[in-house]
Design a protein around this ligand. Sequence first.
Ligand code: BDR
Ligand code: CA
Length: 321
Amino acid sequence: MKHKVILDTDPGIDDTMAIAYAIAHPQIELLALTTIFGNVSVEESTDNALRLMDFFEHDADVAKGETRPLVMAPNPHSYSVHGSNGLGEIELPPSNRKPVGLSGADYLIEKTRELPGEIDICAVGPLTNLARALERDPTIVDRVKSVIIMGGSIYRPGNISPVAEANIWNDPHAADAVFAADWPVVLAPLDVTTPVVLTASFFEDLRVENPKVGTLLADIAKFYTRFYRSHSGYNGCIPHDVMALTYLTAPGVYMQKRGSLAVATEGPAIGQTIFQPAGKRAADPMWAARPKHIALLEIDADYFIGDYFTTIAGRHPEYDK
Ligand code: BDR
Ligand code: CA
């Protein structure tokens, strides 16, 4: 049976790479995109989501999410990373599609009522929609199959501050509420995303294999790669958001550990994700009280790159089945 996925997303260049993977993968049924601010405003991410559904000729619902963080003032959007339109300056035609009449949070609540125990929520932006859904209907925790999150950094530095990763930093209060809830969370932090660098020649090969999708990905990756080159000295770009989906399709590529998660919500460490491995002694009783989740800590990068390529190229082994 296919994984029924709702992608909570702020497209976003690597978000688009994840959307392409979700649509192409034979084991995933992409039901909906719930949008969020982050890389761009929620108006822009929603517009991009609708345009992308046209481009991919895919009929997932699009539900517009929260406009701002739960508590703090919004951080600036990441136009320098994702381009002024969030898609690396590549213009897709405007869409005639409309978002559904529910907010992102309400969509999560309603869809998990309709399909209890069947939905994997993959959240690859700030976690405000998920936190609002928890606030409005705490019983949602019993209806989701899993909540897989791209965010945070456990044993590596951050990418937006010395200790914070961007998705968590953009709404630390929401992330902390999501980690404090007793639902099956899997975290794909920078520890497993930064070892994977996709080069320009990877995308050029993909363009040849799948001229339509490969060309979009190769074109949007150019802007993203320029950022990574000048900012981090990488010879390519990092497809962070895809890693949340690969946990569903290829869980064996990860080394994982059980433990509790919390987020610093003030001071110079604001947005830092803190992991306490299960069974390790901690003096503060708050750690024992927190639910146990899963953190992905290492990845088989070569396997991941091969899996992404064959999936987008339409040569995933399961296509033959
Ligand atoms: C995350 O932040 C955003 O820039 C990306 O889309 C990804 O979700 C990486 O830190
Ligand atoms: Ca994202």
